[in-house]
Unconditional design. Structure first.
Lengths: 498, 160
């Protein structure tokens, strides 16, 4: 009953006309950005931060949540229409979505994606509403050693579940932490790695790094590929209607994958990509017509779509209750929250119920908007894919520049943005994953602070991290998570083989 | 002598960077009062971890690069400034120039010049659409930032 009352309170905030406008704007903008191959939710969220800067925190986060949802749905659209997933979480959607589009059933595939995303998102919001307050009550008892261990786990999980080399992922994470400690050490007032530059005293803003490593690096990469790569032939969309038997057919996969997706999303590092692969692989095993997966089976679109949207919502659980993001995308969200002056963590539900419950309620509304407004608009929105690539690249550059300058008013930061863009390009070309770097950058400060506080409590004894049972367990899981690449490879092979 | 592979080159560069980083970490001044952990500890730990990971990377076999990751027309013939890498270099220079000219020229003029110029350079030849699209996006952003969000953007030589 308490959860219901809180939800009603949240709806009171989310249903304010201005917040409804933000949800719609977020979902719409997210769909457009997510649809563009290469620009996923991280870029979409990073590009939105300057816009949310001066907003009420609840409104800002409502807009961001809409962008996140929209970007995932937009990624499905390009997966289905072009076989070019804009987001890693929608790769599995393309396995059956694109074959459907080739058969002239793109509209149907898009409708299945929208309905499944809606159910996945809605089911998982209910779980979020129930699980998050419980978890935050547990997390209140966490001290510095537990937080340090939790952050180590968050980092190792993201590193181990990225598609690239484990060593390169760890290197990216270490460099992220190195960037985070540039500036004045707040505990001692000591300057570190500023090289005498006043511009670096406050450290390097995460938005500069996020926009550089993701959005600007993507522009450079597209330029290297000849101005954005070859234009893929786009399939006609066709009818968006689904028959009743088709609805019945996808009901089971959508329900199962929604639950599976949510719990996958809660796990640090797992997120939408793993969730969608697990959902797809589970349905392929269960289905009587499993052998037609990969040839345009509607269940092959429904399952990963429900799972990836549910996982997106699931990933909000560690972010909002522990203040520790479990993925690159939620790391950017955390950065945005910090910019708005909100410190997510176990006390947030108590101290800022407007933000927490406003966001939960806006997720319901965002899901409805995705279905009711975005779906009919898809034929129109898909025209963005026809935008001349040179014009698009220039626009992304302008967005990056205004994003950085509008926040810091610093020409130096614009030059730093360029530097990080080139570093991001290098990382992409040499196979270094970018998500661990951004996550480590966000967590670096908190991690060091927790470590130092823990060591101050113990008088410098490192054993404190192993004496506390929760901290020990989290560190053991972190160590174990480094073996995840082997499991993930096996899972992928099974999806392809079966 | 066998040639170093990509990972080995990267490992050498990263190892050199970690040594340099450690050098700077040792120069972080100590806090006057004794503390269990000072400001230099964390950077030192990071430097050593990076050095260790560089050694691991040296012995890691490079992954076979996927076809889609290969720049498509990297071998294209023609002047450097029209080659893929030329485009990256020219775009970087344009961004640097933009950063330096933003305040003197103003946001609207500098951004429009950057957008129109780069779109033209990337090969888009419908000039009127280029100008109209660039100008409307830049003006739209300018109005959003300055009038709605109260964010100051430099006006430069233009009166707004």
């Amino acid at each position: 009953m308490e959860a219901f009352n809180n939800l009603m309170y949240g709806f009171g905030i989310a249903l304010e006309p201005i917040n409804i406008a933000y949800v719609f704007a977020g979902v719409f903008a997210g769909t457009i950005i997510g649809m563009l191959p290469g620009l996923g939710p991280i870029s979409a969220l990073a590009l939105m931060i300057p816009i949310t800067f001066s907003m009420e925190p609840s409104s800002g986060l409502i807009l961001m949540a809409g962008v996140y949802y929209g970007a995932i749905f937009g990624g499905s659209t390009s997966s289905i229409l072009l076989n070019a997933p804009g987001v890693a979480g929608t790769v599995a959607t393309s396995f059956d979505g694109y074959p459907m589009a080739k058969k002239g059933l793109a509209g149907k595939a898009l409708a299945i994606a929208a309905y499944s995303s809606f159910v996945g998102g809605t089911v998982s919001v209910i779980f979020l509403m129930l699980v998050a307050p419980l978890l935050s009550k547990v997390a209140v008892s966490f001290g510095p050693p537990e937080y340090f261990a939790l952050m180590v786990l968050g980092l190792t999980a993201v590193v181990s579940l990225s598609d690239k080399s484990l060593v390169k992922g760890l290197i990216a994470a270490v460099i992220g932490v190195m960037i985070s400690i540039v500036g004045i050490d707040l505990q001692t007032g000591t300057e570190r790695f500023t090289f005498g530059s006043a511009h670096l005293l406050d450290g390097i803003d995460f938005l500069v790094v996020a926009l550089g490593i993701f959005a600007l690096a993507e522009v450079f990469y597209m330029l290297l590929r000849g101005g954005g790569g070859k234009e893929a032939p786009r399939n006609a969309i066709g009818s968006l209607k689904l028959s009743r038997p088709e609805m019945r057919e996808i009901a089971g996969p959508v329900g199962r994958s929604s639950v599976l997706g949510f719990f996958t999303g809660v796990l640090p590092g797992a997120g939408a990509t793993i969730g969608s692969f697990l959902g797809y692989s589970m349905e392929k095993r269960i289905a009587k017509d499993g052998d037609t997966f990969g040839q345009g089976n509607i269940k092959g679109v429904a399952a990963p779509e429900a799972a990836n949207n549910a996982a997106c919502t699931g990933s909000f659980v560690p972010l909002l209750t522990l203040g520790v993001p479990g993925s690159g995308t939620t790391a950017v969200l955390l950065g945005a929250l910090l910019v708005m002056g909100i410190n997510p963590g176990p006390m947030m539900i108590e101290q800022r119920p407007d933000v927490f419950w406003g966001v939960v309620a806006s997720m319901y509304i965002g899901n409805i908007f995705l279905l009711v407004l975005n779906l009919p608009l898809i034929p129109l929105i898909a025209k963005i894919l026809d935008l001349p690539r040179p014009l698009l690249l220039s626009m992304i550059l302008i967005f990056c520049m205004i994003g950085v300058y509008g926040l810091s008013f610093s020409v130096f930061d614009l030059l730093l943005l360029l530097g990080f863009g080139l570093i991001g390009l290098g990382m992409r070309l040499f196979g270094f994953p970018a998500a661990p770097l951004i996550l480590a950058l966000i967590l670096g400060d908190l991690m060091e602070e927790s470590m130092r506080r823990a060591l101050q409590i113990s008088g410098g004894d490192w054993g404190i991290f192993l004496e506390k049972p929760i901290s020990l367990a989290l560190l053991a899981v972190a160590l174990f998570s480094l073996s995840a690449p082997v499991i993930k490879k096996r899972l992928k092979r099974e999806v392809i083989d079966t | 002598m066998t040639r170093l592979n990509t990972n080995q080159w990267l490992a050498v560069v990263l190892l050199a960077f970690s040594v340099l980083y450690l050098g700077f970490a040792w120069q972080v001044p100590a806090f006057p009062l004794p503390r269990p952990v000072d400001s230099d500890l964390f950077p030192k730990v990071l430097g050593f971890i990076l050095a260790f990971l560089s050694v691991l990377l040296f012995f890691e076999k490079p992954a076979i690069q996927e076809a889609s990751d290969e720049p498509e027309d990297a071998t294209q013939q023609g002047p450097f400034w029209l080659s893929p890498w030329g485009r990256v270099v020219i775009t970087s220079l344009a961004i640097a120039a933009y950063a330096l000219l933003l305040v003197p020229l103003g946001f609207v003029l500098a951004s429009t010049l950057l957008s129109v110029g780069l779109t033209l350079y990337y090969g888009y030849r419908r000039h009127s659409i280029n100008l109209a699209a660039s100008l409307s996006v830049v003006l739209g952003l300018y109005l959003l930032m300055t009038k709605v969000m109260d964010v100051y953007l430099p006006t430069g030589v233009l009166p707004f």
